[in-house]
Design a protein around this ligand. Sequence first.
Ligand code: NI
Length: 227
Amino acid sequence: MLLQVPCVLDSEQVAHCRELLATAEWVDGSATAGSQSAQVKNNRQLPEQSPVAQRLQQIVLDALLRHALFYAAALPKKIFPPLFNCYSGSSNFFGSHADNAMRTHVATGYRVRSDLSATLFLSAPGEYDGGELVIEDTFGEQRVKLPAGDLILYPSSSIHRVEPVTRGARIASFMWLESMVRDNAQRRLLFELDMAIMDLRQQQGDSDTSIRLTNTYHNLLRMWADS
Ligand code: NI
């Protein structure tokens, strides 16, 4: 399931992140790539441990964990500290690749199984040409380019790429996360049930039916989640 999560950051927060990023020093993005993806990766990234990256990571993580739709869809257990990248000039694409299943944070040894990948757009679509995130889904290729502050959540098991940026700069944050519910189909079912219960409660208020469905949701989560 691909899900667009709107307004993870509001325009003020995006502007603040962009100010911080304007002061940052970018390095070759191949530092965090596996051996296959390093061959097709041509972009720049913030060094993971730089003070600017750490401040930005905190802003993004705080925003994500407060976002109800993101939480309902991802059911996050662990989030790898978000990384930041820039596609522009001659460092302007990332060819088709698979994301590594396991990610170890070098400084802390913190290990995350990548069930879900996410890209948070920090440049507005009008600031650059190209730069679409292309995800090979079971329904075919999905081409994604979102407003600044919006995020796309997709299964890490999908092959994906970033098209060449031919004008301007595409700045984004990206991250991997391990979900409490490992299986994509189970997680999707829980998300759809959760959304249906919310609709029902909005239309009718709490009722015996919404309480029984909520109970079923939590019993499924109990069956499938690990903490
Ligand atoms: Ni990737």
